[in-house]
Design a binder for this molecule. Structure first.
Ligand SMILES: C[S@@+](CC[C@H](N)C(=O)[O-])C[C@H]1O[C@@H](n2cnc3c(N)ncnc32)[C@H](O)[C@@H]1O
Length: 393
């Protein structure tokens, strides 16, 4: 990806970036001159009061840095609601726990559709680490009818008790900090961050024991060895994170949606520069050392890692499919027809185009995948009924 045409920062943004840079420089110096990339990503995104998700950047939506599926059209949330309704009906009751709810758009659409069907969950809990986004969600969901909004609460951490229902996350896995690595002549090296004059730069260090073990296990899944010089990422924190957020789920599914690939496709020889991507003002590029604290940093999801972590923590992979197949299996056409019928005629073509983006193979339809991880649930899952690619994981 090309870092051409970066949008210039305002004076206030440059001042904010300088504060984030100072914080990360301090962390690098404290660590002896080298920081694992995962720590750099964590600080750039989540340093309290400074990081991209912790401070006031607008982030999601047309006026922000990137647009997610729920921001594009309510058809996405209505389809997700159909899948939730099926699970809640099979369980007889239940709750929804949404992780990383962004602007609250998905929650609003899911709850709206469930209310329309008369199948509202007993509770809709949100776990959102960004104080700024939590406020935005509260404003948006506070405008819903009282019978809906009284079910919505925000959690300070992973719920302590247990519940039946659905854990839902759209585009959250890609925001987890990743390690970056390089295949050196003598084995795996960690690519971390060092200070280079006024800027940050990449520097290699021997991979820690934990990272080397993780990468050695990963390599055994690949058809061909990774060549020397190969660069990519590994989301080592995914396993403990998934364990924590699904631990309270007694019966039901975790429905995770994100851009990503099976392991063999992710670490294919030709994808030798990794998948790190930055989003700033609707532009994508790969320079993680500019707009520090002001741009989103993401990496595609290795869904084989997700599946392995799930199985290790007592969940079953109940389905893995493309977003297009998931949505089409969840009533996409009917939901789209309803949304188009309700739209102002002048906006109707726009509506249809936005929805098409969700399912088109060259757009979000194939890049994005959906995985269902079940615990004590063997009911039907309409979203995974058209095609199931679990065998590719
Ligand atoms: C790319 S945004 C997606 C927002 C929303 N789900 C959507 O689809 O529009 C990533 C979201 O994940 C949240 N997030 C980041 N790390 C998280 C974590 N460890 N646990 C839960 N949410 C997290 C962010 O604060 C943000 O709300």
């Amino acid at each position: 990806m090309i870092a051409a045409g970066l949008v210039p920062l305002s004076a206030a943004e440059r001042a904010h970036e300088a504060r984030v840079v100072a914080k990360i420089r301090e962390a690098i110096e404290d660590a002896g001159g080298w920081l694992p990339f995962s720590r750099y990503m964590e600080l750039a995104l989540y340093a309290p009061g400074l990081g991209y998700y912790s401070a006031g950047a607008h982030k999601l939506g047309a006026g922000g840095d990137f647009v997610t599926a729920p921001e594009l059209t309510s058809v996405f949330g209505r389809c997700v609601a159909s899948q939730c309704a099926e699970v809640l009906a099979t369980l007889g009751d239940g709750e929804i726990l949404e992780l990383g709810a962004g602007s609250g758009a998905l929650a609003a659409d899911v709850l709206g559709e469930l209310a329309r069907r008369g199948t509202l969950p007993a509770a809709y809990r949100i776990l959102e680490p960004s104080p700024d986004l939590r406020e935005r969600q509260a404003r948006r969901l506070g405008a819903l009818p009282v019978d809906i909004r009284r079910r919505v609460t925000w959690l300070e951490g992973v719920p302590q008790g247990s519940f039946r229902g659905i854990v839902l996350a759209n585009e959250v896995l890609d925001a987890l900090p990743v390690e970056r690595f390089r295949v050196g002549a003598a084995g795996f090296e960690a690519l971390g961050v060092a200070i280079e004059g006024e800027r940050f730069g990449w520097r290699t260090a021997p991979a820690s024991q934990a990272l080397a073990a993780d990468l050695a296990a990963l390599a055994t899944d690949l058809a061909t060895p990774l060549p020397t010089g190969y660069v990519s990422e590994a989301c080592v924190v995914l396993d403990p994170w998934l364990a924590a957020v699904t631990e309270p789920l007694r019966a039901g599914i975790a429905l995770l949606i994100d851009y990503g690939l099976s392991r063999r496709a992710y670490y294919a020889p030709q994808r030798d520069g990794g998948t790190l991507t930055c989003h700033h003002r609707q532009r994508r590029h790969d320079d993680v050392f500019v707009n520090v604290g002001l741009q989103d940093l993401t990496a595609s999801v290795d869904f084989t890692r997700v599946a392995a972590a799930a199985v290790a923590h007592g969940l079953r992979v109940a389905g893995y499919t493309s977003q297009a197949h998931f949505l089409l299996g969840s009533g996409f056409e009917q939901h789209l027809a309803l949304v188009r019928a309700a739209a102002d005629p002048s906006r109707e073509p726009l509506c249809a185009r936005a929805a098409a983006r969700l399912v088109l193979p060259g757009d979000m339809g194939e890049t994005f995948k959906c995985i269902a991880l079940a615990r004590d649930y063997d009911g039907a899952l309409g979203g995974f009924s058209l095609r199931d690619f679990t065998a590719s994981l």
